[in-house]
Write a new protein. Structure first.
Length: 141
């Protein structure tokens, strides 16, 4: 729980006025908990399915992010915050920070095989025919 991201009271006070109200459907989970989960996934780079259970059901976290993205919630919130002069913490990632798995550059296998290296190889037939046979599979006599 110590390495999880949680919105502070000050951060939540800035975001709360932009939260959607009077939405149809069942009563929603705690918005602060869900947004903390969304921010955890976005900042840590983990997959949505690896979102810790402390933030609520991972499908709820993903669905809320996806639904709010389609409705333009994030863009409207950031635009309104920028107009009020709010300056949040910013982070920049470059290639020296982002690491890829060693097999990420070459697809499946990762052994460095290149399709161009196999072009010149003549494929051998899968089955060989006896020179004694006349071509049919049962011509032994």
């Amino acid at each position: 729980m110590a390495d999880l991201f949680w919105l502070s009271d000050e951060q939540w006070a800035v975001i709360e006025p932009f939260m959607p109200r009077d939405q149809p459907g069942p009563e929603r989970k705690d918005d602060r908990q869900i947004i903390s989960g969304i921010l955890h996934v976005l900042t840590s780079g983990c997959r949505w399915r690896d979102c810790p259970a402390a933030y609520g059901p991972r499908t709820t976290v993903y669905n809320r992010f996806n639904r709010w993205s389609r409705r333009g919630f994030w863009k409207a919130m950031l635009t309104a915050l920028a107009k009020t002069g709010w300056v949040g913490d910013a982070a920049a990632l470059d290639s020296s920070y982002v690491r890829a798995h060693r097999t990420a550059h070459n697809g499946k296998g990762g052994r460095g095989r290149r399709p161009s290296a196999r072009r010149g190889v003549v494929k051998r037939p899968r089955s060989t025919h006896s020179p004694m046979s006349s071509g049919g599979p049962a011509s032994f006599c």
